[in-house]
Design a binder for this molecule. Structure first.
Ligand code: ATP
Length: 695
């Protein structure tokens, strides 16, 4: 008996796996037998049954028995370029359709494919001017006893390939691995299997790779997907249920500092800001470390919530670390934090890579001696040289931009840190149920009072002039704008507009209107200087790449112009648009696009025009692009779903969640005898490890 994930033998033990194949497998992340078993086919080729040609529709795969009728040549008459055409006839017994096999570059087949013989044919068929044709095909001679050749009569898995790997080798290797195991351990409780008509683990893993029928393949995938989701839920819910039981109950009261800070604000907090603060406060007061996600649309006031919440622990003499994904943002946070908190006597420090030498040394000493209350910075906060005196609370802005490992490095600096993750990319429901299953979530849905939804215009070349005029009117009103382009300069490869040229162009369009150019190649100090000028209102517009995408908060900016908007993803567009509409002023977003739009780009622009709701946009993004891109999980390795799909499997996710809840309700510690197999899976080869082991 073995666990699917428990086979640690190296793949180099398998026949045919030399250095080249090993390298190919390594690119797929495969080094052990288990890794190989967990390689999911991209698709399957159904060669299980022979179909008559008459039933094969245009652009479908044909899997049929044919007799070769004749050879001929077509194409240019002069030169050697003529191409062999083999005419075949269906002999599957159910029709006599004819088909032309076009042998591009394979004229040698004239010798091997004999007229009058019977072959099994597998290939993709097209209809061209009434003639059925096939140019990509495989032919195998029918055996005399009428048996299928070995490539037929089955459903074949098609794996992703890298380097020298071939389908043949991968299939053989997986078969060999399966043959080393008599039986795989059962991973799902019997009751659950029976309730949802699932297979046992052994059968599921074997038939998933080599299914005898499409129905069985479907059942195997469902079984493995539910297993995967069930364990993911179990691991994440388990934390939660243990936490909940020991969490302190009763209201938590805001401290004097918090109240004082709220009093100084020139506006009132939104209902959601107040509710989130209450939730965070309660977590901070409990004995269990906080693990909370604060999600809210762009400009909904998350940062302010984070600052006020920091005051809750400061009054207990602890330190707070506030991390941002870029130096620019860290600096902006440091400034907004200082403006809000220094007057309350809070000591803030700003630490990034660009703080050097003596200044850095002094700062590090102050942090170590507890002379600083809140430290704001980028990933420089993780480095080993930073020693905190009493780090109690960690706030991470735009958490998905940090890798899991980086996050853990910081968490290690505090013994039991409270953690608040902020995200402006709202997490769709499927993701919040899975990836973030162990996080408590606070959501800011209400926008600060008086905010008007940004009006979005789609702009083509004909309406460009009018757009410039509209932005000009905003300048006259004393408002500011961003012009965003996808490229820094014109390197001659394409006809995309770029910031460098457009900066010059816009100077002519708006003579005497002060502006600046900003992009990632400028050094950090220069960027900061420009942003300060803009913030102070001395510049009317910035010509920028998407460096302004996240977090920049300039309430007086009312126009966002995005050129080649079709090139940006939905969440990037939403983030960029979120840089305006941050005050009571009416704001505008202009999405400029060219002529050749793909269907997907059209769909994205339509979503942007019709909606200002980040939650809706994130859902749409998930549908259009798939989940990894959105959460950054593809890069961070946070979530590796093999069988389940976050776009299609919501019903399975819900089953898994309910089942895991039910189980943990009865038996939070998984101590009952009947849950022993689950404990064993978790101990021996967990599909999802506890989060702290994940890095
Ligand atoms: N309740 C409120 N009423 C009015 N203005 C507010 C309120 N809360 C925050 N603001 C202001 O709105 C702007 C956006 O707030 P904040 O930067 O906290 O939002 P955010 O959610 O972090 O934004 P983003 O995700 O886009 O960076 C700031 O200028 C802030 O001072």
């Amino acid at each position: 008996m073995a666990y699917v994930r428990g086979l640690k033998t190296s793949i180099t033990e398998l026949g045919g796996v030399g250095p080249a194949a090993k390298a190919g497998y390594a690119e797929l992340g495969i080094t052990t037998y288990s890794d190989l078993l967990l390689l999911s086919p991209r698709s399957w080729e159904d060669r299980s049954e022979v179909h008559p040609l008459g039933l094969v529709e245009d652009s479908q795969m044909a899997n049929t028995l044919v007799e070769v009728l004749s050879h001929s040549y077509f194409g240019m008459r002069t030169g050697k370029k003529r191409t062999l055409k083999i005419i075949v006839r269906d002999v599957s017994g159910l029709g006599d359709g004819r088909l032309s096999l076009l042998c591009f570059g394979r004229n040698f087949l004239e010798k091997t494919i004999k007229v009058g013989r019977i072959y099994y044919l597998y290939g993709s068929v097209n209809r061209n001017r009434g003639e059925l044709q096939c140019s990509q095909f495989e032919l195998y001679p029918a055996t005399e006893d009428g048996d299928f050749p070995k490539q037929f009569g089955q459903i074949l898995p098609i794996y992703p390939l890298r380097g020298s790997l071939s389908q043949r080798l991968i299939r053989a290797n997986i078969k060999a691995v399966l043959a080393t195991v008599d039986r795989f351990e059962q991973e799902l409780p019997t009751s659950l299997r029976e309730r949802y008509h699932l297979m046992d683990t052994d059968q599921a893993i074997r038939t998933y790779h080599f299914p005898p029928s499409v129905e069985i393949l479907h059942q195997a995938r469902r079984t493995l997907a539910l297993t995967e989701l069930f364990y993911l839920q179990l691991v994440t819910r388990r934390h939660k249920s243990l936490e909940q039981r020991s969490a302190r109950t009763g209201p938590s009261i805001p401290t004097k500092l918090e109240l004082k800070c709220i009093e100084t604000l020139p506006f009132s907090l939104t209902v959601d800001q107040l509710a989130s603060l209450k939730e965070i406060r309660k977590d901070l007061d409990s004995d269990v470390p906080m693990n909370r996600l604060l999600q809210g649309d762009v400009g909904s006031g998350k940062t302010l919530v984070a600052w006020i919440s920091a005051l809750h622990v400061l009054s207990q003499g602890a330190q707070v670390a506030f991390m941002a994904p870029t130096e620019l943002l860290a600096r902006q946070h440091a400034e907004s934090g200082a403006a809000l908190l220094e007057k309350l006597g809070i000591r803030l420090a700003f630490l990034t890579g660009s703080v050097k030498n003596k200044e850095r040394r002094l700062l590090l000493e102050a942090i170590k001696d507890g002379e600083v209350d809140i430290i704001i910075g980028t990933h420089a906060l993780f480095s080993a040289e930073v020693v905190f005196r009493n780090l109690r609370y960690v706030i991470i802005d735009e958490q998905h931009r940090f890798g899991v490992e980086q996050r853990l490095a910081l968490l290690e600096k505090a013994q039991v840190p409270d953690l608040l993750l902020m995200t402006a990319t709202p997490i769709p429901r499927t993701l919040s149920l899975t990836v973030f299953g162990n996080l408590n979530v606070s959501t800011l849905k209400t926008m600060p009072a008086g905010r008007k939804p940004v009006i979005t215009h789609l702009v083509n070349e004909q309406s460009r002039k009018r757009m410039y005029q509209a932005v000009g009117v905003e300048f006259q009103r004393g408002h500011q704008a961003y012009f965003v382009y996808p490229r820094i300069d014109d390197s001659g490869e394409s006809d995309l507009r770029d910031v460098t040229n457009m900066y010059e162009f816009l100077k002519d369009e708006y003579p005497a209107v002060p502006s600046a150019l900003i992009h990632s190649k400028l050094d950090e100090e220069e960027k900061v200087r420009i942003l300060k000028e803009y913030q102070a209102g001395r510049l009317s517009y910035l010509v920028s790449t998407s460096v302004v995408e996240v977090g920049i908060d300039i309430p007086n900016a009312t126009c966002m112009v995005i050129e080649h908007a079709d090139r940006f993803g939905l969440s990037a567009l939403h983030q960029l648009r979120g840089r305006v509409g941050r005050s009571e002023l009416q704001s505008y977003c202009f999405l400029v696009f060219g002529n050749d739009l793909t269907d997907e780009a059209k769909q994205r622009l339509k979503v942007m025009k019709e909606s200002n709701d980040g939650f809706f946009i994130a859902e749409q993004d998930l549908l259009i692009r798939g989940p990894g891109e959105i959460t950054g999980t593809r890069q961070s390795g946070y979530l590796k779903l093999i069988y389940a799909s976050l776009t299609d499997d919501l019903p399975l996710i819900e089953i898994a969640r309910n089942e895991a809840d039910l189980l943990l309700e009865h038996d939070p510690g998984l101590l009952l005898v009947e849950h022993e197999p689950i404990r064993a899976v978790l101990a021996n080869a967990p599909p999802f490890e506890e989060e702290h082991k994940e890095a």
